[in-house]
Structure formats: C-alpha cells, structure tokens
Design a protein around this ligand. Structure first.
Ligand SMILES: [Zn+2]
Length: 215
C-alpha cells in the first residue's frame, strides 16, 4: 500500500509540475503548441466567439494554462484507469455497479500514458472553453473577473451527470492526495439543461470553492 501511495504521488507531482514548451509564435504554431502531453494551446484557447482580438493569451496566461493542464492530465489518467481501460480490456466483472462504487485507484504498472494495449483506447478530456480574452468573455456571457480571463479555468465537457460526478470526485481526490488546492470546482447547468464542469486553479490564493450552479 505504501508503494502504491508513493507511486501515485510521484506521478501526481510529475503532472502538476510538468512544464512543456508552449510559445507564442505565429498563429499556426499557437494551435498545436503543447501545454502538456495531451492538451494543446489551441484546445485551451478555442472559442466560438468571433472577436477581432483572436483570443491570444499572454505568457503569464500560458503558464496558468500549463498549471491547469497538469491537473487535467492527472484527471485524464485516473479517469481512464478507473472507468475506461478496465472495460476495454473486458476485465470488468458484471457485478460491479456502474456508479457510486468506491473508485478503483490501483495504478496499472503497464500504463504508459499512451495508447491502451489491445483494442481499447483512452477517452480524452474535452475542453469546451479555457482561456478567454475580455472580449470573448463578454461575448459568451462570462462573469466579470472570471478565472477564464487569466487562463486559470477550463469548462470540461461531460456526457452526463455520472461523468460530471466522476470527474469532480477525481479532482477532489487529486487535491486531497497532493495537498494542492484548486480555486473552483463548479458543477454547472444552464437553462437549457446543458451541464459541464468548471475547474480552476490559480497560481496562489486558491479558495477551494465547490458548488452546483444553476445559471
Ligand atoms: Zn467556466
């Protein structure tokens, strides 16, 4: 058990401190610059808002996005280890309830962060909205002073309430185990019933705000 904990913490700190190269070169490079192994600057800056500013983050914002992506990498890895890879290997016993069961946290030593062996593959974490310039934030109806403005927040797409709860639970686990705080973990729902997870990490003064928000 001790060994498992150590391994987990080692992986965690690797993700939370990982800094890959992302540079503000021309806009083509911007799209595919990696913030972390599975997340690009393009994914974290895309927007449907048509604003003239191009929604370009500063270097400080990019550092914030990288920090956030450390958490998203860990979320991705744990989600796949718990819920996706066991099913794709066909090793899940039918008696396991589909939800509310204690999460399986045993790391898989053969997992390398790449493609799963065999026929299964990993599920991505899909970002609906990450960095937003003032103009974009205004255009999409974001709140004043939003963590999106500094590259500290991401809205994560979910397939339903079950995935929303799973993501939120994993992020809380990561925070507890790493003793790193996040700023916001908001389960959000709009008037049309769409749901998503808003997750934010600041460089400091993280408030660990957790709530369900109806917009
Ligand atoms: Zn948000």
């Amino acid at each position: 058990m001790t060994e498992v904990t150590i391994n987990k913490q080692a992986r965690l700190s690797e993700h939370l401190t990982s800094s890959s190269v992302a540079t503000l070169g021309n806009s083509n490079k911007l799209d595919c610059s990696r913030l972390s192994p599975h997340f690009t600057l393009g994914e974290l800056c895309k927007t449907s808002a048509k604003t003239p500013d191009g929604n370009i983050p500063s270097h400080v914002h990019i550092e914030n996005l990288k920090r956030l992506c450390g958490w998203l990498e860990e979320l991705r890895e744990r989600y796949n280890l718990r819920y996706v890879l066991p099913l794709s290997r066909g090793s899940q016993r039918g008696s396991d309830p589909p939800h509310c069961s204690p999460a399986q946290t045993t790391p898989n030593p053969s997992y390398s962060g790449g493609e799963a062996s065999g026929r299964g593959s990993e599920d991505p974490i899909i970002i609906n909205s990450g960095y937003r310039s003032e103009a974009v934030n205004k255009a999409v109806g974001g709140v004043k002073g939003s963590n999106h403005l500094t590259g500290c927040a991401a809205d994560i797409r979910v397939a339903g309430i079950e995935q929303l709860i799973r993501y939120a639970t994993i992020l809380l686990d990561i925070s507890d185990e790493s003793q790193e705080d996040f700023d916001e973990l908001l389960l959000e729902r709009n008037k049309s019933g769409a749901i998503w997870l808003h997750f934010a990490v600041r460089p400091k003064n993280n408030r660990r705000k957790t709530m369900f928000l109806q917009k």
